[in-house]
Design a protein around this ligand. Sequence first.
Ligand code: FAD
Ligand code: MG
Length: 293
Amino acid sequence: MQQDVIIIGGSYAGMAAALQLLRARRRVLIIDEGIRRNRFASHSHGFIGQDGVDPAEIAATARKQLLAYPTLTWVDGRAETVSGEKDAFTVTTSDGSTHEGRRLLFATGVKDGLPAIDGLAERWGRSAFHCPYCHGYELNEGEIAVIASSPMSIHQAQLITEWGKVTVLTNGFVTPDADARADLARRGVTIEETPIARLEGHADVVLADGRRLAFAGLFVATRTTPASDIAERFGCEIEETPMGLQIKVTAAKETTVPGTFACGDVGRVPHSVSLAVGDGAWAGAQLHRSLVF
Ligand code: FAD
Ligand code: MG
């Protein structure tokens, strides 16, 4: 059976798009591997009505509500390849089955490239984060480390003083100039230029000279890249953003390949659950219009 829209990625953005289409009684297939970007965190913050809720629970509730619509088909699995063209796309999943659809939506999310610091990956989403709006409040205005990963980390340290007492660990990635040093001093930021040896405990930074600094939490800017290269392999143009790479889209969320769309973290910056949901809702309506007009 031909679907109106095949959605690759059934997390916040993909499900928000699906909801609009299902409520317009369109046939929708969601193919989802279930590897959400925020799977490392036990609490999600900043999305109204769901503040502090387990991100898996937010997704599970949404999925349950979507499955009440009779025109939805859900496949748990990985979409491997896309072929065809507008009104006649084929998606093949990793088990070899094929699915036909008139339109495609990539809601495949991004992955975080973490700097290679011993102990960082284990703390990601627990005591090490990228977004202060998501996880800054819970640090209770305590001691916060900003681990530099790019020249943008100075800007991040300046902003994060809104959430606590900041130490910026330059770790060889950035050397603040005189203006930056003066600005950081004015904001009460401590600059630590000794390289990081490793992380230990809750959020302790052990420096190369053996000193140990204890923090309530750590922030580090990651470089984000599409979690899946399926859109790129199909020919969708990828573009550089201040945060990494994303699929290039128009204001209507259509990619450079006609009939294919992208939304959520893989199709916009910056990134959050609220923004992914808003972007998905908009993409769903735009997909619907492209089927009607
Ligand atoms: P995702 O949620 O990443 O979902 C993408 C989906 O597509 C996944 O299920 C994936 O498996 C699937 N997929 C990808 N490729 C394929 C394929 N080829 N075939 C099938 N399925 C595929 N935001 C907040 O608002 N509040 C927070 O508190 C918060 N905390 C965070 C904590 C951490 C540690 C991190 C890393 C992020 C956090 N975020 C938070 C950001 C939030 O996770 C993202 O903005 C949000 O998940 C984006 O939603 P999305 O639907 O675009 O992508
Ligand atoms: Mg999604």
